[in-house]
Write a protein that binds this ligand. Structure first.
Ligand code: UD2
Length: 312
């Protein structure tokens, strides 16, 4: 039994990690300031976790949170491309300064390993598909720059202080509990909740942009594997976490039409600034080094997610 600290435990990824660890019999401590997370996501596990309401920018709180911890799963972030375009300073504070705070606290507490929620946005709009980790990153939005800068901090902390760190480049993770309510919410949470209410979703651009949408259970599995993989293969490394398939928004909309009561067409609006056109991962590095294999494909993940929103 190990003690895990999850930053951003109120988020949909953080709270899913917490549930998986509790089910495995591990101990969970979590921090969140609820800037983007939601108390509801941890309400039913609150009595089984050591929860502390704190901001990752508070170094003293991070030092306390890291005391006695084996593994840190650093998920806390302001996870939005358009929000970062509007507020680059806020994005940098949460997504870069916050990460450095967590790393300093983890280093001082001598935790075994830090696993980080990095982002596929680091690759930018370069034409080569699929994206593999050896490619030169080319971030576009302030969010993508911040996520990439944090990856470099992780590698730096491994090189300079020997703190074992692993960066997982998430490719559009989706699933139950993802917040659909903000204008910055992920596209699937928004589309599913709208279409379940028979309301029209808006596609930004022509809908031919594509994503390697990745169901949450795959990301959870990758985090657990990133904690246990031998340091010789994982420490100081960056890994894609994805499925290795991609769907356009137009294709996704059609799939959702078959799963929801919405029978109309989507509305098409202007393209969103800072966006990238196509995203698809090569997942062979994570397969070889972590033993990662996506267990739930896009369509099955979509079905499960629609079902969850329908019930809730
Ligand atoms: C980026 C990252 C993702 C994760 C995420 C955090 C890429 C490829 N992916 O996701 O890994 O870090 O940021 O937020 O960079 N859209 C609509 N209508 C809507 C909402 C969105 O058409 O109502 C479009 C949007 O313009 C984009 C696509 O859907 O083309 C996906 O948008 P998103 O915000 O769900 O995720 P994205 O790709 O910015």
């Amino acid at each position: 039994m190990a003690l895990y600290l999850i930053t951003g435990i109120g988020g949909f990824i953080g709270s899913s990690l917490a549930r998986a660890l509790l089910a495995k019999g591990d101990q969970v401590r979590g921090v969140d300031n609820f800037s983007t997370g939601n108390r509801q996501n941890i309400a039913e596990i609150l009595d089984r976790i050591d929860f502390r309401e704190a901001d990752i920018l508070d170094l003293e709180a991070m030092h306390k949170a890291c005391a006695g911890v084996d593994f840190v799963l650093h998920q806390a972030a302001i996870p939005s491309v358009p929000k970062s375009v509007l507020d680059p300073l806020g994005s940098n504070r949460a997504n870069v300064d916050g990460t450095v705070n967590v790393l300093v606290a983890a280093r001082d507490a001598r935790v075994k390993r830090v696993v980080y929620a990095a982002s596929s946005s680091a690759y930018g709009d370069t034409p080569t598909l699929p994206k593999h980790e050896a490619m030169k990153p080319d971030p576009i939005s302030p969010y993508a720059v911040a996520k990439l800068a944090s990856e470099h901090y992780l590698i730096s902390f491994y090189r300079c202080y020997g703190l074992e760190t692993v960066a997982l480049r998430y490719f559009n993770i989706f699933g139950p509990r993802q917040d659909p309510s903000s204008p910055y919410s992920g596209v699937l949470a928004k589309f599913i909740t709208l279409m379940l209410r028979a309301q029209q979703p808006t596609i930004f651009g022509d809908g031919e942009q594509s994503r390697d949408f990745t169901y949450i259970d795959n990301a959870v599995e990758a985090n657990l594997q990133a904690c246990t993989a031998p340091a010789t293969r994982a420490a100081g490394q960056v890994f894609n976490v994805a499925t290795g398939t991609r769907f356009t928004l137009n294709e996704t909309f059609k799939l959702l039409q078959g799963m929801t009561p919405y029978t109309g067409q989507p509305k098409y609006g202007p393209e969103r600034g800072g966006d990238i056109k196509h995203s698809l991962a090569d997942i062979s590095k994570a397969e070889a080094a972590l033993g990662y294999k996506p267990k739930v494909d896009f369509e099955e993940g979509l079905r499960r997610t629609v079902e969850w929103y329908r019930r809730s």
